[in-house]
Design a protein around this ligand. Structure first.
Ligand code: AR6
Length: 171
């Protein structure tokens, strides 16, 4: 395993990193899953700031402060809804990771944690999603900007998928 990249079974809202990534929807106005957990932990100021952002397109990312979270900032990205793989889902999911890392670099984020974007209600197959997430992270890790890249996995299924993908990619 590349030492910068960690696969952890954990609640992303507890992590003291520079940035956590939220798996949001295009409204950026909150929802269930990890989005709901992040808004609950950050407090109402997060929603107030999100209201000023005019939403976010699928595959893109926007940044806010972290408010009551241990993380300094939240990078909100919108993953694709899985439709069977024929509607550009893999490119869109890859863009989520690329946009989030780009925004992180621009904001001097050195440590970043991701949830399994799109692997909950959006239905993306976890192993396919994990291969995309880890291959983008591996490229970023070799660039030298980041000190720590964490994948915070909340379910046994996603944890196994990320571990299997890491083995497949020889990480
Ligand atoms: N920490 C880490 N991962 C978590 C946490 C947590 N606290 N809570 C849930 N997960 P989902 P999506 C996992 O559904 O598929 C929202 O309503 C969860 O088990 O949160 O991208 C948004 O507003 C799953 O493995 O995100 C959108 O409408 C992963 O996070 C929609 O859901 C992602 O599941 C986005 O769907």
């Amino acid at each position: 395993m590349n030492s910068l990249i960690e696969i952890l079974p954990t609640d992303i809202t507890t992590l003291k990193v520079d940035a956590i990534v939220n798996a949001a929807n295009t409204s950026l106005l909150g929802g269930g899953g990890v989005d709901g957990a992040i808004h609950r932990a950050a407090g109402p100021e997060l929603l107030a700031e999100c209201r000023t952002l005019n939403g976010c397109e699928t595959g893109n990312a926007k940044i806010t402060k972290g408010y009551r979270l241990p993380a300094k900032v939240v990078i909100h990205t919108v993953g694709p809804i899985w439709h069977g793989g024929t509607r550009g889902e893999s490119g869109l999911l890859r863009n989520c990771y690329l946009s989030s890392f780009r925004l992180a670099r621009l904001n001097d984020v050195k440590s970043i944690a991701f949830p399994a974007i799109s692997c909950g209600v959006y239905g993306y197959p976890p192993l396919k999603a994990a291969c995309i997430a880890l291959s983008v992270a591996r490229d970023e890790a070799t660039e030298g900007h980041f000190d720590r890249i964490v994948f915070a996995l909340f379910t046994a299924e996603t944890l196994k998928a990320y571990r299997d993908a890491a083995a497949e990619l020889n990480l």
